[in-house]
Write a protein that binds this ligand. Structure first.
Ligand SMILES: *Cc1c(COP(=O)(O)O)cnc(C)c1O
Length: 456
């Protein structure tokens, strides 16, 4: 029976989704709205329009339409690297000697090396359609900045990237990929914005954080005519675009009549996981099916497993709207770890709400265990995984080993969000036995929770 399933399940071009799926349409209780930090009232379309492109504002606020058509131009770009394969991890199964069946959806087959291009191209398209000159953004590990610079060069838009200083210094090659695609890259915090100068004055020598870089990028966009800000995760619109991952996964599984039991994804801001699981959670919300959905986060930045479900700022500089989400506090700066894409203090409001309502669970894993899984996976499946993605691999392997004990023939699907070629410093630390795990104490978290804004 299992022999009939190929190593790679490919969809053809015509099977590429024609519309994104908006899980909010099927949620009876909607995620809480973004609040204006000054008035604490829900952000209006007009207010959001100062920061984001108009069409993206409409998508951000759309809680009702389940399907939103993918523009032809975006779909044509998708065709260059999608549909992405759903791979049956036969070699890993064999090595683990497990009765479990393991599949992964591989999003690393494009130059940016991750799923982020799925939303970058959509956001660049709407910016161009609105006649803008360019966009600003932040990037942590560099994946989002790389994806956005590719998307902007395709649509001939200017792209200004604020890159967290520690990554700017540690990942010069990422920076050069962005510049090759025409983006300008500034280490953050920088002297080029008011908020950057303020953060530098308060924390001299800081190596930056995603939250700081967001503040700078927003300030730059709102103070430069013809520019808007774009964000690579967390927002509703980003989850919407990433639903292409889940729609393709579901189509590929349906093609072979496979029903997954467990769906696993790593969670930073929650966009790949949200995109992967949206169509499946949609079935759960409509009472059609049930799945065990698992978010995996680093033990060093455990927003779902140890955070609070509360309104909080999306950025360190507290210039962005407030979002109701699982958060460690906008002032929380995680210790240096190597999964740069999972260092955000909060979690997308959609997944936060679904998690709070019991539609998914979450677990956290330590860095050395993550790299053990990454190495094991690379050696048998060939792909060198991103550290972020390897969080999901860890949990998939652990579950498959558990199935070996119990004899369960469970079907496990996980999101392999990207490749790790730019993370070789991290792999080097691991290979040299010099990797350690930093886990915040309860006291660290309590101190950070004290600064949550008071919203009733
Ligand atoms: C950015 C990134 C993530 C985490 O971001 P989400 O918004 O949580 O998906 C995971 N994997 C890779 C490879 C990334 O680049």
């Amino acid at each position: 029976m299992s022999q009939e399933i190929p190593y790679k399940i490919y969809l053809n071009e015509n099977e590429l989704p024609k519309a994104w799926y908006n899980v909010r349409g099927d949620m009876k209780e909607k995620p809480a709205p973004l609040l204006n930090p000054a008035t604490l009232q829900p952000m209006t379309a007009e207010e959001l329009g100062h920061v984001f492109c108009d069409e993206l504002v409409a998508q951000e606020l759309n809680n009702t339409d389940c399907y939103i058509p993918i523009p032809e131009e975006v779909r044509n770009f998708y065709k260059m690297y999608r549909p992405s394969p759903l791979v049956r991890a036969y070699c890993l199964e064999k090595q683990l000697d497990t009765p479990a069946k393991i599949y992964y959806k591989f999003e690393g087959n494009n130059t940016s090396g991750s799923h982020k291009l799925n939303s970058a191209i959509a956001q660049a398209y709407y910016a161009k359609k609105q006649g803008l000159i360019g966009v600003t953004t932040e990037t942590g590990a560099g994946q989002w900045g790389t994806a956005l610079s590719m998307a902007c060069s395709y649509f001939d838009l200017d792209c200004k990237v604020f890159m967290v200083k520690v990554s700017y210094e540690q990942k010069p090659f990422r920076r050069e990929v962005m510049r090759t695609y025409g983006a300008s890259v500034t280490p953050s915090p920088s002297e080029t914005t008011e908020i950057g100068r303020k953060i530098l004055a308060e924390h001299p020598g800081t190596t930056g954080s995603l939250g700081c870089a967001i503040s700078e990028a927003v300030e730059k966009a709102t103070s430069t005519p013809g520019y808007r800000y774009v964000l690579g995760s967390v927002l509703n619109q980003v989850l919407l675009h990433q639903s292409v991952i889940g729609l393709e996964t579901k189509a590929a599984l349906d093609k072979y009549g496979i029903k997954p039991d467990m769906i696993i994804g790593c969670a930073g801001g929650g966009s790949n996981l949200g995109g992967l699981v949206s169509p499946f959670i949609g079935e759960m919300l409509r009472g059609e099916a049930n799945y065990d959905i698992v978010a995996v986060e680093p033990a060093s930045c455990p927003s779902l497993t140890r955070g609070k479900f509360a309104y909080d700022f999306c950025d360190t500089g507290r210039v962005c709207p407030l979002a109701k989400m699982y958060t460690l506090g906008s002032g929380f700066i995680p210790s240096a770890n190597h999964a740069g894409g999972l260092r955000y203090h909060g979690m997308t409001p959609i997944l936060s709400k679904l998690y709070d309502d019991g539609y998914m669970r979450a677990t956290s894993v330590e860095q050395t265990k993550v790299f053990e899984a990454a190495q094991q996976f690379a050696r048998v499946e060939g792909i060198l995984p991103a550290p972020e993605s390897s969080h999901a691999i860890r949990v998939a392997i652990d579950e498959a080993l558990r199935c070996k004990e119990t004899g369960e023939e469970k079907t496990i699907v996980f999101g392999l969000t990207g490749t790790g070629y730019f993370d070789m410093v991290a792999y080097q630390k691991f290979n040299d036995g010099e990797m350690s795990d930093f886990i915040p104490t309860d006291a660290d978290l309590e101190a950070s929770f004290k600064n949550l804004p008071k919203v009733d």
